[in-house]
Design a protein around this ligand. Structure first.
Ligand SMILES: Cc1cc2nc3c(=O)[nH]c(=O)nc-3n(C[C@H](O)[C@H](O)[C@H](O)COP(=O)(O)OP(=O)(O)OC[C@H]3O[C@@H](n4cnc5c(N)ncnc54)[C@H](O)[C@@H]3O)c2cc1C
Length: 302
């Protein structure tokens, strides 16, 4: 039986793997290979890399560090977590594995605009014409022409956040008309944020801009941010009985413990900042708590 099975090898899971392997614990690291960090062309807000670093390269370096201490990333999809007394059974598409503890670091998946096909989406993302994280890269759109696909409270908040970087922000409704209450509409007006109705379509890279059709005609922007929410990959823990909020984010305490003893969670799958630094910090806390829990059950000695 392993001391811990980590599900997910993004920044959270890899940080936990480094810590747990260096605690001399036996771990498995299962990963289905779709880290959000792998989508980052170059992050400039992750401390320690003054020139920035590509998400894939950061993941490669973190995995190399974990491997140095014996961790192995297994390309395996986990399909269920089951409780077995104080322990767990983790079912995967490659077999079933027992573990004393489990750390869920499965992240989230951003909703993409309807009709934005991969052949436009992927190069647009690579070139910074499409962006998903204003906290991460709002700086890069300073004084640029920015579109936000969204509406309601969420769309308003994202547009207002980006207004801190540029005067030229347009909020575009994804489907048809905007769904904005009076206070949202007023806040947008006061900030000078233009509003355009959808539906959005006809996505194409045109020169150095990303263009789309709207109810107000064809428009082009230096960068477009979808503000359409995300799917939280917490279903494995929720199916096992862990508590989550209405959005699906797992509830954890200050030590990253879910409501199921022995089941921990870190990173985007937990309500938080959805940033690499935050995922790493939570994973360090989770890993140390896991180590201390196992030590209480059976003292760790060499
Ligand atoms: C375009 C973009 C740009 C970004 N830029 C920045 C930035 O500049 N700075 C910053 O701090 N943050 C940035 N972020 C956010 C950052 O990528 C995330 O906060 C970070 O990746 C979260 O790490 P995580 O380990 O929680 O989840 P993830 O990195 O998403 O990793 C989760 C892992 O779990 C695996 N998994 C899921 N389900 C299963 C399963 N059932 N079985 C096995 N494995 C599973 C997935 O395959 C994945 O590898 C950006 C995000 C995007 C999309």
């Amino acid at each position: 039986m392993d001391d811990c099975i980590i599900i997910g090898a993004g920044p959270a899971g890899l940080t936990a793997a480094i810590y747990l392997a260096r605690f001399h614990l036996s771990i498995r690291l299962f990963d289905s290979g779709s880290s959000r960090a792998a989508m980052i062309p170059c992050t400039h807000n992750h401390a320690g890399y003054p020139e920035g670093i590509a998400g894939k390269e950061l993941l490669r370096l973190m995995l190399a560090q974990a491997e140095r201490y014996g961790a192995v990333r297994e390309p395996v999809k986990v399909i269920a977590i089951e409780r077995d007394g104080d322990d767990f059974v983790v079912r995967t598409d490659h077999g079933t594995y027992p573990a004393r503890t489990v750390l869920l670091a499965t992240g989230v998946v951003n909703h993409r605009p309807a009709g934005l096909l991969p052949e436009v989406h992927d190069p647009a993302l690579e070139r910074g014409l499409l962006r998903y994280c204003p906290i991460c890269d709002g700086y890069e759109v300073t004084d640029r022409r920015v579109g936000v696909i969204g509406t309601g409270d969420h769309g308003m908040r994202e547009a207002l956040f980006l207004r801190g970087y540029t005067r030229d922000v347009t909020l575009i409704a994804p489907e048809a008309g905007h769904e904005l209450d009076d206070s949202c509409a007023r806040a947008l007006d006061e900030a000078g944020i233009a509003r355009v109705d959808g539906p959005c379509g006809g996505w194409a890279i045109e020169g150095a801009q990303l263009a789309l059709d709207t109810a107000g005609g064809r428009m082009a922007f230096d960068s477009i941010y979808p503000a359409l929410g995300s799917r939280i990959r917490s279903h494995l823990a929720v199916a096992a009985g862990a508590r989550a909020n209405d959005e699906g984010c797992l509830e954890v305490d200050d030590h990253q413990r879910t409501s199921i003893p022995g089941l921990f969670a870190a990173g985007d799958v937990v309500k938080g900042l959805d940033q690499i630094s935050h995922a790493m910090g939570e994973a360090g806390v989770a890993a140390t708590t896991i180590r201390n829990l196992l030590d209480q059950r059976r003292p760790i000695r060499r």
